[in-house]
Design a protein around this ligand. Structure first.
Ligand SMILES: *Cc1c(COP(=O)(O)O)cnc(C)c1O
Ligand SMILES: [Zn+2]
Length: 361
């Protein structure tokens, strides 16, 4: 499993030869046919046979395997809602799935330092997984990062580089640093780790699938991983249909929603504004085009939500579900509410759709 392929033009390369395809798009791992696993390893490592590395030492071994929680008081508009509680990962976000796999692979390849570009969850997660596996870690953060957030990252002992200028520049900067194996949001390893969340969701319902999955989107890496899993599971005949994928973004910084709404194939960088969902405010998403392809391919959609709507969603998640989530995570629920209002998701459309597909069978 050491070939990576371009989702767009299909070119393939030996891993880890290239950062990106010749066409400029990000790459993902080729794989054999996936199967539901028999193994009983903890968390995401149940799916180790479909991953390019085995579980690392330390906290990364505990990534994934999060609960899929039925929360009926949060049902709205006739939709039966489940929440995938990714906050139960070791450092509190889904990033641990990708970080754990990236660290495991680096160790297997004899690399001694990994790095990432982030001012939040990704930095904490990469640093924690590296610490557990005995790897050095370099984290590039914006120079103006709040001290409190920096302290959360520093806990795990990474080397911290403060970079002046725009956050988007951090990504380019990282590609220039020698001697560090950068595992940014669009790397094949991260996407492979993050596909396990969709394996878990689909396995819970198989061979049926949820009608729709709504998620908060920033770089588009997580959405790419989910799409990849769905493609693999469909190809293996393990699920009957593709769940529709919906990207939700804060309206202050929603380049993917804009591109989708304008029916474009490429995401153009925007001038992003301030939002309480700062951790998903990426004005120039590295996996943006791939995210668009995922939305189109699954017949899904994209929606943006205001900070007020995000706050209201955060409150409802706490008061009607008992979930305390950061603003970025509440963007998913706020997005669901908007999609219901617009009639893009809803019991009626889904029943109609199901009848439609029956009659054409
Ligand atoms: C990173 C992150 C996202 C966005 O994921 P991408 O892969 O960058 O699209 C959303 N929510 C939370 C809580 C995150 O940490
Ligand atoms: Zn390509």
């Amino acid at each position: 499993m050491s070939t990576v392929r371009c989702y767009d033009c299909g070119r393939s390369f030996a891993f880890p030869e290239r950062k990106r395809c010749e066409c400029g798009e990000p790459l993902w791992f080729d794989h054999g046919e996936v199967a539901w696993p028999d193994r009983r390893d903890p968390g995401m490592w149940r799916y180790a046979d479909s991953l390019p590395a085995a579980a690392p030492a330390g906290v990364g071994a505990a990534a994934g395997g999060t609960p899929l929680v039925r929360a009926p008081r949060l049902d709205t508009g006739g939709v039966e809602l489940y929440l995938k509680d990714e906050g139960q990962n070791p450092t509190g976000s889904f990033k641990d799935r990708g970080s754990a796999l990236a660290v495991a692979s680096a160790r297997e390849r004899g690399i001694d330092r990994v790095g990432t570009v982030s001012h939040g969850n990704m930095a904490m997660s990469t640093a924690a997984c590296a610490a557990g596996a005995g790897l050095e870690c370099t984290v590039c953060v914006p120079a103006d990062i709040p001290e409190e957030r920096l302290a959360h990252i520093a806990r795990y002992g990474p080397e911290i580089l403060r970079v002046e200028g725009e956050y988007g520049r951090l990504y380019e900067r990282s590609l220039e640093l020698e001697g560090v194996d950068f595992v940014n949001s669009d790397t094949p390893l991260r996407v492979a780790g993050q596909k396990t969340v969709a394996y878990e969701i689909c396995e819970a319902f198989a061979s049926d699938v949820p009608d729709a999955i709504v998620l908060p989107v920033s770089s588009g890496g997580q959405l790419s991983g989910i799409w990849k899993a769905i493609l693999e599971l469909r190809a293996a005949g393990l699920i009957d249909e593709r769940p529709r994928l919906y990207a939700s973004q804060a309206s202050a910084c929603d380049p993917i929603v804009r591109a989708f709404g304008a029916d474009r194939r490429e995401v153009s960088p925007i001038e992003g504004g301030e939002t309480i969902a700062y951790s998903i405010a990426n004005a120039d998403p590295p996996s943006g085009n791939r995210a668009l392809a995922a939305l189109r391919d699954t017949d899904g959609g994209a929606v943006s939500v205001s900070d007020d709507a995000i706050r209201a969603a955060q409150r409802r998640l706490a008061r009607k579900g008992g979930f305390r989530v950061e603003a970025s995570s509440a963007v998913a629920y706020a997005g669901l509410e908007r999609l219901l209002e617009r009639g893009e998701i809803g019991a009626i459309r889904d029943v109609y759709k199901r009848q439609g597909s029956h009659s054409t069978r």
